[in-house]
Design a protein around this ligand. Structure first.
Ligand code: KIV
Ligand code: ZN
Length: 505
C-alpha cells in the first residue's frame, strides 16, 4: 500500500504564541508566516481572531499575505466568534474555520457550565453555522483524551454529519501515553459513523514529555493531520514539535508508512527565526534543532563518525538545512558572490534588502577572517526590520575596570542630528544602555539579556538578544558584532527603535 500523506497544521502563531514569553507583534507574525509557507506546512493557524482587535488584525494580515497554505483561526463555538473568525480568514486563498468545544465531563461541568446534551447541540449548531460561511471547517473536541468515549463518538458523528472536514482529538493536558493515543484514534476510526468523510487530526501537549510520541502514535493508528509548533512551543510544556514529528516520519517511513511533504531543508532556519524573534533559545540537547543535536564529542564516537557517519548519525544535518561552519566568503568578496551565496542558502532578498545586508556583511568581513554560512544566517536573521529606525548608532566609547566606575559615551543620530550622552552604570553594558535611554527616553526596562556565539573561534560573531518592557508590551532587540559590547548596544537600540516607532513594530 502507498504511504499516506500527513497534513501538518502549524499552530506556532496560536497555541505557541499564547504561551508566556512567546508573544510576537504583527510584523514578526507575518515574518514567521512567510517562513512557515516556505517550509511548506499545509495549514497555518494564525491566531485566535476573536480574542482581541490585535489578534483579529494579525490573523487577517496573515490570511492576506499567505498564498500557498490554508489559513485558519481558532474560534469558540459561538456564532459571534465564528463570524469574527470568518471575517479574519475569508481573504485567504484557502480559509478554514477551526471550532473548539470541550467534551470531557470535567471541562463541560466546571469550565463551560453546560450539560452533555447542551454541548452536543452547540457542536451541531456551530459547525452547521460555520459551514454556511466556509467550505473548510475543523472541529476540535477539547480534552478529547479525557472524554467519555461514547460521548466523544456522538459529538464527532454529529459534527461530521454537519459537514466538518477535519475532527481533532486533542490531548489537551498531555495526559495520555502513546499506546492509549493510538487506541483512541483506532476507536474513532472504527466507531464514528461517517469518519471516512473526515480527516482525523491529533493535537498533543507535552506535560509528561510525550507530545511527539503521542502524535506519531496517532498518525500510525490512522490520523491524517498532525498539529505541531516550531521548537515545540505552546501552552505549559508546549505542543508536539514540528521538527520532531516531520523528521520522525522522514527517518522511519518503514514504521509509519506515511510522509509529509514539507521542505525539510527549511527546518533549521524556521527554528532559528523563531528563537531570534522571541529571544527564547532552544536547549542545546533539543532533538533535531538543538546546538548539540549533531555534535559528536566522545572520542570513540568521533572515531566511528570518521569511519562511517551512519555509526552514530541517523540523519544528516544537511537534510534540515544546518548551515556549515566553513569559510565561504571573505573581506574581498563582492556583492555578486555575497548574493550568490545567499541564494544558495535559499534567501530571496529585494535589491534594498540586499544592499543593507551587504553593508552589514562588509562591516563583519572587515573584522573577521572568515565569514561562514552560519555567520550569514545570523546576519540575515538580524536584518529583519519593517521600519526605518528612529535612532542610528554613530559611535560609542566605554571605560570600565575594577577600580573605576563603568562609563559609556554613546552618540546617536536622529534626523541627521547627533545626540551624545554619557552615563555610568553597573558595568559597561548597563552604562551604555542608560546612555541610550537618556537620549531616546523610550521608557524601556531590560527584562532579559542573552548572548550567544554564532561560531567558534576568537573572532566569532556574538549575537545579543534583549527583551525590553515598555508600556505593557515587550519587544525583542537583536544585535550582531564581533565585539560583544557593540552587539549589546545594537540589540538595545534595535529594541528601543521598535518601542519608539510610530507603528510599534
Ligand atoms: O490543546 C487544546 O485542546 C487546544 C484546542 C484549543 C484546540 O489547543
Ligand atoms: Zn493546545
Amino acid at each position: 500500500m502507498a504511504d499516506r500523506k500527513i497534513k501538518i497544521l502549524d499552530t506556532t502563531l496560536r497555541d505557541g504564541e499564547q504561551a508566556p514569553g512567546y508573544s510576537m507583534n504583527l510584523y514578526e507574525k507575518l515574518e514567521m508566516a512567510s517562513q512557515l509557507e516556505r517550509l511548506g506546512v499545509d495549514i497555518i493557524e494564525a491566531g485566535f481572531a476573536s480574542a482581541s482587535p490585535e489578534d483579529f488584525e494579525a490573523v487577517r494580515s496573515v490570511a492576506e499575505q499567505v498564498k500557498t497554505c490554508t489559513v485558519t483561526s481558532l474560534s469558540r463555538a459561538l456564532k459571534a466568534d465564528i463570524d469574527k473568525t470568518f471575517d479574519a480568514v475569508r481573504v485567504s486563498m484557502r480559509p478554514r474555520i477551526h471550532i473548539v468545544l470541550a467534551t470531557s465531563d470535567l471541562h463541560m461541568r466546571y469550565k463551560l457550565g453546560m450539560s452533555p446534551e447542551e454541548v452536543l447541540e452547540r457542536a451541531r449548531e456551530s459547525v452547521r453555522y460555520a459551514k454556511r460561511l466556509c467550505d473548510d471547517v475543523e472541529f476540535s473536541a477539547e480534552d478529547a483524551t479525557r472524554s467519555d468515549r461514547d460521548f466523544l463518538e456522538k459529538v464527532l458523528e454529529t459534527v461530521i454529519e454537519e459537514g466538518a472536514n477535519t475532527v481533532s482529538i486533542p490531548d489537551t493536558v498531555g495526559y495520555r501515553m502513546p499506546q492509549e493515543m493510538a487506541e483512541l484514534v483506532t476507536f474513532v476510526k472504527e466507531h464514528v459513523k461517517g469518519i471516512e468523510k473526515a480527516c482525523i487530526s491529533v493535537h498533543c501537549h507535552d506535560d509528561l514529555g510525550f507530545a511527539t510520541a503521542n502524535t506519531l502514535a496517532g498518525i500510525r493508528a490512522g490520523a491524517g493531520q498532525a498539529e505541531c509548533t516550531i521548537n515545540g512551543i505552546g501552552e505549559r510544556a508546549g505542543n508536539a514539535s514540528l521538527e520532531e514529528v516531520t523528521m520522525g516520519l522522514y527517518v522511519r517511513p518503514d514504521y509509519y508508512h506515511a510522509y509529509c511533504p514539507v521542505n525539510l531543508k527549511q527546518i533549521y532556519r524556521t527554528s532559528k527565526l523563531l528563537t531570534t524573534i522571541t529571544g527564547v533559545a532552544v536547549p542545546p540537547n533539543k532533538s533535531i534543532v538543538g546546538a548539540n543535536a549533531f555534535a559528536h564529542e566522545a572520542g570513540i564516537h568521533q572515531h566511528g563518525i570518521l569511519a562511517n557517519r551512519a555509526t552514530y548519525e541517523i540523519m544528516s544535518p544537511e537534510v534540515i538545512g544546518v548551515p556549515q561552519n566553513r569559510m565561504v566568503l571573505g573581506k574581498h568578496s563582492g556583492k555578486h558572490a555575497f548574493a550568490d551565496r545567499l541564494s544558495i542558502l535559499g534567501y530571496e532578498l529585494s535589491e534594498a534588502q540586499l544592499e543593507k545586508a551587504f553593508a552589514s556583511f562588509k562591516q563583519i568581513a572587515d573584522r573577521k577572517k572568515t565569514v561562514t554560512d552560519r555567520d550569514l544566517e545570523a546576519l540575515i536573521g538580524n536584518q529583519h526590520t519593517h521600519f526605518e529606525p528612529t535612532y542610528l548608532l554613530k559611535s560609542f566609547v566605554v571605560n570600565s575596570g575594577t577600580v573605576i566606575s563603568a562609563t559609556a559615551a554613546v552618540k546617536l543620530i536622529r534626523d541627521d542630528e547627533v545626540y551624545e550622552t554619557v552615563s555610568t552604570g553597573d558595568g559597561p553594558i548597563d552604562a551604555a544602555f542608560k546612555a541610550i535611554e537618556m537620549t531616546a527616553r523610550s521608557g524601556a526596562v531590560l527584562d532579559n539579556y542573552t548572548i550567544n556565539s554564532v561560531t567558534e573561534g576568537e573572532d566569532a560573531l556574538g549575537e545579543v538578544i534583549v527583551k525590553l518592557k515598555a508600556g505593557g508590551t515587550t519587544v525583542t532587540g537583536r544585535g550582531l558584532s564581533t565585539d560583544i559590547i557593540e552587539a549589546s548596544i545594537k540589540a538595545y537600540l534595535n529594541g528601543v527603535n521598535k518601542i519608539v516607532a510610530p507603528t510599534k513594530s
